[in-house]
Design a protein around this ligand. Structure first.
Ligand code: HAM
Length: 420
């Protein structure tokens, strides 16, 4: 046990961590391009926030939360997703006070007690954005666009945006009534889960993976929510689609798409690649800010996980960065050069040159091998002779050429400002 990490968690080791850094860099750069500011919220929150925000009947809240009572007898939960915490922070810090739309992004660990499997972890890292205070359908289109743009910039191919509208407090209750009317008489033909869904949240029946349930729904003539939208929701959805068309963001309609969180209103989507259910998804949540105790404020956002993005990239055979590059490996040919070597090493590093050395007291040949192993571009060799003459033997490890440089010219050589 002591040497085993908990199931569903991962150590991200050097060699792989560079891939994470590359992804995180793309997220930060892209969010800047779309004018989003970063927000960092706590990894745990009061349990009530997720119960109310994400919804008591969702799998996340009913089965998957890491909930515990702290030493002060409060129930707290490791965040299973990012939106509820961001909305809580928006309300608590009165970010609604600014006249502007608030556009935030986040990257961080989330926790769900799910059955670990391909692409499914118990600790995973979501990146996501939330736009608060914009009712305009252009905001939905922007969030879908950044969702797709990010995945493309990571290098993912064959993306599909599956798009739906899940209605609002006007059309949803009407749709629910029709669902109940049509499905109650045939309820015994639905699976046990769907029989419960019928009473609690009939929309979720469309999400059932059981083909027989889908057949029952079709035979009973139960309408999809997309067919049952009120005029406002229909108009909003048409505009979102028009914006997406104008922006060149392709999508397919999926009128069965129901996301696993209760806060969605109107636009909902998932981005898929062949062989993967979801590499990201999101939607509009116009009731969530008020649900959490803030003023009526519309919201729209999405999230994806770095784990799943990297998994798909690997399976699609994408080029991923490995190991950090090294500029100069400082090799110490004999003990009397130690002082000069440390002086040079520090000089290089203060100048922003990536440099390192061996600390195991190895011979010169082994030190040169180490330089190759870390893929250093140059090796700077210092022995008694070099120290006495104030020079360094520089070896270009890509060409194998070797020459002498004045000790204070090494930085210039490495930067390409001087040729041998
Ligand atoms: P979600 O669909 O539950 O939505 O999660 C978003 C993404 O996180 C998924 O598409 C998937 O890529 C990734 N993901 C979820 N669970 C796991 C897991 N166990 N292991 C690895 N990756 C996982 C949300 O969380 C919403 N907060 C998204 C949102 C933001 N909606 C509006 N704003």
């Amino acid at each position: 046990m002591l040497t085993q990490r908990p199931r569903g968690t991962a150590d991200i080791l050097p060699g792989e961590v560079e891939q994470w850094q590359a992804i995180e860099r793309i997220i930060r750069d892209t969010c800047a391009v779309y004018h989003y500011d970063e927000i960092r919220t706590p990894v745990f929150e009061h349990t009530e926030l997720f119960a109310r925000g994400v919804g008591e009947t969702t799998d996340i809240v009913s089965k998957e939360m890491y909930t515990f009572v702290d030493r002060g007898d409060r129930s707290v939960t490791l965040r299973p997703e990012g939106t509820a915490g961001v909305v809580r922070a928006f309300v608590e810090n009165k970010l609604y006070g600014s006249a502007q739309t608030v556009k935030l992004y986040y990257i961080g660990p989330m926790f769900r007690y799910e059955k670990p499997q391909r692409g499914r972890w118990r600790q995973f890292h979501q990146y996501g954005v939330e736009v608060l205070g914009a009712e305009h359908p252009a905001a939905d289109a922007e969030v879908i666009a950044i969702n797709v743009d990010l995945l493309r910039r990571f290098g993912l191919r064959d993306l599909t945006v599956e798009l739906n509208s899940v209605g609002c407090p006007v059309c949803r209750p009407r749709h629910r009534e029709t669902m109940l009317e049509r499905l109650r008489p045939v309820a015994e033909r639905l699976c046990g889960d769907c029989q419960q869904r019928l009473e609690r949240n009939p929309l979720r029946i469309f999400d059932c993976k059981n083909e027989s349930c889908q057949r029952v729904v079709a035979e009973a003539g139960a309408p999809t929510i997309l067919e049952s939208l009120c005029d406002d929701c229909r108009g909003h959805f048409e505009q979102v689609r028009a914006f997406l068309d104008a922006m060149g963001v392709p999508y397919t309609l999926n009128d069965r798409l129901v996301r696993g969180l209760d806060y969605y209103t109107r636009t909902a989507w998932e981005v898929t690649v062949p062989g993967f259910s979801s590499v990201g998804g999101g939607g509009r949540y116009n009731g969530l800010v008020a649900e959490v105790g803030g003023p009526e404020t519309p919201g729209v956002g999405f999230a994806g996980s770095i784990e799943r993005a990297l998994l798909v990239l690997r399976e699609q055979g994408a080029q991923l960065p490995d190991g950090a590059a090294m500029d100069v490996w400082v090799a110490v040919a004999d003990e009397t050069a130690e002082i000069a070597a440390m002086r040079l090493l520090q000089q290089l590093r203060l100048a922003g040159v990536r440099a390192d050395r061996d600390y195991l007291g190895k011979g010169l040949r082994a030190q040169l091998k180490a330089a190759d192993r870390v893929k250093a571009r140059f090796c700077a060799i210092l022995g008694a002779d070099e120290v006495a003459r104030g020079v360094v033997t520089l070896k270009d490890l890509t060409t194998g050429r070797q020459w002498e440089a004045a000790a204070d010219e090494v930085v210039a050589y490495v930067r390409g400002g001087m040729q041998e």
